[in-house]
Design a protein around this ligand. Structure first.
Ligand code: SR1
Length: 320
């Protein structure tokens, strides 16, 4: 039951702008669903915009949110150089800010992320087990996205620590059809490197694309995929017969969206949050999904309760 009375502002209604860089794909859809569910429960109106991958459009949307004097702003992904100027304006104007997966450039904003180093470590631990610590690997990466850059730091160190692992190709694209674009690139990379044993694809759209390429080339017995993120659709891909996607390191994306809204609500209420919030991931293997008969996100979060984190940015006046 709630342990504090609802701040008057929340009885009236609170406006929070959610300014997104990207919105397509399972991860971003689930994240938004979680954010919207939490907002509804807290009597927060979420004013959602998306740059649809266009960084200038996201920056403009952010400027507009600052000008509209919302009660708080959540910046969801984005490139530091395009969002930091408007974040600074918002911070100077005293607007509470939560920055998810982007460096806000100011300690006035709460920096929310998943533990990306751990995400990469868990997936690469599985890759090491699966390959025996040696073999040709294709790596899927696009620089500039904070979570991917952090995962890349772990990959760089992993290669140093495991000299038997050879990165034979780096591919990657992020757009509105990431999976199919990565599938095309992965096919070409696999054809050029016939000895590949594994693909490290630490974003589910990357992993889905890689899985498509492996299947289309008939390489399911030879090439295994180690990814990040999860959705009900991803669980379907991972558990289908002979799927090459054997492990993924992940949070529950909708839980992360919920945390972003809770953190914003706490700031609006004048509560202390942060300065950093990091959501821990879990390793989800194909074996575990199959053995547990797990077919969707609800069953996954029931099987791994640590994926739900009600104590991160807990709102004292909210009904659990
Ligand atoms: C393009 S960045 C994609 C990543 O953002 C989130 O951190 C998700 O985990 C996803 O992998």
């Amino acid at each position: 039951s709630p342990t504090a009375s609802v701040p008057p502002k929340f009885a009236e209604g609170v406006r929070v702008a959610l300014v997104r860089q990207l919105s397509s794909g399972d991860y971003f859809e689930q994240w938004l669903a979680g954010a919207q569910a939490e907002a509804t429960g807290l009597n927060v109106t979420l004013e959602v915009s998306s740059g649809d991958g266009n960084n200038d459009k996201q920056a403009l949307n952010l400027e507009q949110a600052v000008n509209q004097q919302v009660d708080a702003i959540i910046v969801d992904h984005g490139f530091a150089q395009t969002v930091q100027p408007a974040i600074k304006k918002a911070a100077d104007a005293g607007i509470p800010l939560v920055a998810f997966d982007v460096d806000p450039g100011t300690p006035k904003a709460v920096a929310l992320s998943q533990d990306d180093h751990q995400i990469a470590e868990l997936a690469l631990g599985a890759l090491k087990d699966g390959t025996g610590g040696s073999g040709d690997v294709i790596y899927v990466y696009v620089a500039g996205f904070a979570p991917l850059d952090r995962r890349n730091e772990v990959w760089t160190q992993f290669k140093k620590d495991n000299p038997g692992i050879k990165e034979v190709a780096q591919i990657g694209v992020v757009n509105n059809s990431t999976a199919s674009a990565v599938a095309d690139q992965a096919k070409a990379a696999l054809q050029a490197n016939p000895g590949v044993k594994a693909i490290f694809a630490p974003y589910d759209e990357f992993a889905k694309g890689a899985a498509l390429a492996v299947k289309e080339l008939g390489l399911r017995d030879q090439v295994k995929i180690y990814g990040a993120d999860i959705s009900t659709a991803d669980i379907g891909v991972i558990t289908e017969p002979d799927s090459p996607w054997v492990a993924t390191a992940t949070t529950d994306p909708s839980n992360v969206g919920r945390i972003a809204v809770r953190a914003a609500a706490l700031l609006v209420a004048g509560e202390q949050v942060g300065p950093e919030l990091k959501v821990p991931p879990a390793l989800v293997t194909q074996q575990r999904l199959r053995d547990g008969g797990i077919a969707n996100i609800e069953q996954l979060t029931a099987a791994i309760p640590a994926l739900t984190t009600p104590d991160v940015a807990r709102v004292p006046w909210a009904t659990p």
